[in-house]
Write a new protein. Structure first.
Length: 322
């Protein structure tokens, strides 16, 4: 037996597409000269996702799954998948088929034949997405790349294929607040990018609302940049300077014109504006403090309710030693 490839597939309420994904992935991987492990991570689904995984694991010994005790989020699901993946190579892909399995042969070739440690994928278009979401997504990538020393490629997907060295490096970053797109960039190593046009979901509905994406973007900025803290300091210095200039101007105006009481509406607006800036800066500090607070708790990233693992590993190890 040769190389073992683990396909890590996070799934949350994906009953409409799970079997479609499995069928297509099975067809693509049938022509690949590696052994395959399918590792599904059920992120506390409330539909029949887990039942489908039960059925798939019974009919195919290559199918493994982990089921969380509740919904911990996609970042936790990715970490759990990488932690339990048994392959020499590991690929992360979504179950909704927006990460096309047909790219797997190219990704394998890049790692196994071309000397790359990791292959990432990125969308070169956002066809089918709401224009507002596309606009803010592009804005996010521009901002985070200006603020952070870690490059986050515009349009990058979590769809990655990596060797064991990269997997171990990612797992060594055991922080509770995770932003995988930044982590993939931070660990480095030789990486190749594959580009493709945006593909809409095969079935079902997206679990990412605009608000969830916004919060995810905030987590990314806080995880990989301290620029917002610097901005808080800049705002503080700037408004102290403006206040000093205004005090001098008011004193001169009073001495020259003797009318210190006029202009109170504009003064009230200035006070409200400065108070808003102060609250904004306190909010930035609060976000960093909250993330640090969660890290100090040392809570587990996820909890497993049930799992089917190990069959492939035992078979693989026995064959290698025979």
């Amino acid at each position: 037996m040769g190389v073992l490839l683990s396909l890590v597939v996070p799934a949350y309420n994906e009953e409409a597409v799970l079997e479609v994904f499995y069928k297509e992935a099975k067809e693509i991987t049938a022509g690949i000269q590696v052994d395959i492990e399918y590792l599904f991570v059920d992120d506390g689904s409330k539909d029949s996702t887990l039942s489908i995984l039960h059925k798939l694991s019974e009919i195919d010994e290559c199918v493994h799954y982990i089921s969380f005790s509740r919904n911990f989020g996609k970042e936790a699901a990715i970490y759990a998948g990488l932690e339990h993946a048994q392959g020499d190579l590991v690929a992360i892909m979504d179950a909704d088929l927006q990460d096309p399995p047909k790219l797997l042969p190219q990704m394998l070739k890049a790692v196994m034949s071309e000397g790359y440690d990791c292959v990432g994928t990125r969308r070169i278009s956002r066809k089918g997405e709401p224009p507002v979401r596309s606009f803010f997504a592009k804005l996010f990538y521009k901002l985070i790349n200006k603020m952070s020393k870690t490059e986050v490629v515009d349009g990058a997907r979590d769809y990655q294929l990596m060797n064991r060295k990269v997997v171990d490096a990612i797992l060594s970053m055991g922080e509770y607040n995770r932003f995988s797109k930044g982590i993939f960039g931070w660990v480095g190593y030789r990486k190749k990018w594959l580009e493709y046009e945006n593909i809409e979901r095969a079935a079902g509905e997206t679990k990412w609302s605009f608000w969830k994406l916004f919060l995810y973007a905030v987590d990314g900025v806080i995880a990989f940049s301290t620029t917002p803290l610097v901005l808080s300091s800049v705002f503080g210095f700037l408004f102290c300077f403006i206040a000093l200039i205004m005090i001098i101007a008011i004193i001169i105006r009073t001495l020259v014109f003797g009318d210190p009481t006029s202009g109170w509406p504009s003064l009230a607006c200035i006070v409200i504006f400065v108070a808003g800036i102060q609250l904004f800066c306190l909010g930035i500090l609060g976000q960093y403090l909250a993330k640090a607070y969660l890290e100090t708790k040392k809570r587990p990233i996820y909890l497993v309710e049930e799992a089917v693992l190990g069959k492939i590993k035992d078979k693989y190890n026995n064959t290698k030693t025979s």
